[in-house]
Design a protein around this ligand. Structure first.
Ligand SMILES: Nc1ncnc2c1ncn2[C@@H]1O[C@H](COP(=O)(O)OP(=O)(O)OP(=O)(O)O)[C@@H](O)[C@H]1O
Length: 320
């Protein structure tokens, strides 16, 4: 659905070159929620803004729904952008317009007739759970409600793709969860492909199918979340389930889907070992029970127990 290839964006800032995106390849599949994670300044916003060409890439190509946007002129691009909705961290609503007026705005630009516009606005407000706020002004809404208006507006042109620029960063945790639930249900019910950028691990845990970690303008790792979790040395796993540095001899076991099985009690029963748990966390991520456990394993059956865990598909890493 989204294909980014060899993307580079260089800004010129007071005679100095700033390489914000430095050779990024990214593929977002049809119908998935893809999260780009990274710290401030990593280049996430620039990457997102290059996907709908709000920023023109310095190099590289962007293809969305089979159309190479980087090959289009301004007129064609304006039309193609209707297929790509965008939501913003600070909502970007027009304060002088009502909620309905904000959602209607892109439809006015598209020259949709009055009756059809009213019908569509009502449908969109219903979809985001704000049917009773049509006549309110943004100033009368909570942050979560404002973001719902932002989402309804982004969906006005029936886009196949939604870009989300830190949509929940300005919201409290409970409101964040409700907006994430809304995005997930839009993804499921409308088949909407979502590319989001975030610095919040919680967003990735809750709704993403795939993720990429970005640093200094580059993608450090990317892929389906269960695959990334199972990869030795994965930064995503480090970020999702942080553990202190391991002492020599400590064993770190990474679960990516096998956390429903009683593997630890099995090794204790089957092999001559004791297990001392040093730390860890388990949670549902991308629909699978995943996490990391740091243990000390002692006893004559230690090597056989470690081999058994590896055979069960767990990632077993021993600190030396
Ligand atoms: N218009 C611009 N002119 C010059 N430099 C820019 C411009 N926009 C971004 N940059 C620089 O590009 C780099 C990447 O910025 P970007 O906003 O894409 O990162 P980010 O990961 O989204 O961070 P944040 O979460 O803080 O927005 C930074 O060094 C930033 O200062």
């Amino acid at each position: 659905m989204i294909d980014v290839s060899g993307l580079r964006k260089v800004y010129r800032d007071r005679g100095r070159e700033v390489v914000a995106v430095d050779g990024v390849d990214l593929r977002v599949r049809d119908g998935e929620i893809f999260g780009v994670l990274g710290r401030s300044g990593a280049g996430k916003s620039t990457l997102l803004r290059c996907v709908n060409l709000l920023e023109r890439p310095t190099e590289g190509t962007v293809t969305v729904a089979g159309r190479e946007l980087t090959a289009l002129g301004e007129g064609e691009l304006r039309l193609a952008r209707r297929g790509i909705g965008m939501v913003h961290q600070h909502f970007a609503l027009m304060s002088s317009r009502t909620v309905a007026g904000n959602v209607a705005f892109p439809l006015e630009v598209m020259k949709v007739g009055r009756a059809e516009r009213a019908r569509r606005v009502a449908e969109l407000l219903e979809l985001v759970g704000l049917a009773d706020k049509a006549k309110a002004h943004p100033g009368q809404l909570s942050g979560g409600q404002k973001q719902r208006v932002g989402i309804a507006r982004a969906l006005a042109g029936r886009p196949a793709v939604l870009l989300s620029d830190e949509a929940t960063s300005a919201l409290d945790p409970a409101t964040t969860q409700s907006i994430l639930a809304l995005l997930k249900s839009l993804n499921r019910e409308l088949g909407l492909t979502i590319l989001l950028i975030t610095h919040e691990m919680n967003v990735v845990k809750s709704i993403c199918d795939s993720a990429a970690i970005m640093k200094d303008g580059r993608i450090q790792e990317s892929g389906a979340i269960p695959d990334l979790l199972a990869r030795p040395g994965s930064r995503l796993t480090e970020e999702l389930f942080p553990l202190p540095p391991a002492e020599p001899g400590a064993v770190t076991i990474t679960f990516a889907g096998q956390a429903g099985e009683p593997v630890i009690s099995q090794v204790v029963r089957k092999f001559d070992v004791d297990v001392n748990i040093l730390g860890g966390a388990l949670e549902e991520v991308a629909g699978v029970a995943a996490g990391r456990l740091r243990v000390h394993l002692t006893g004559g059956g230690r090597e056989a127990a470690l081999a058994h865990l590896t055979e069960r598909g767990l990632l077993v890493e021993e600190a030396r």
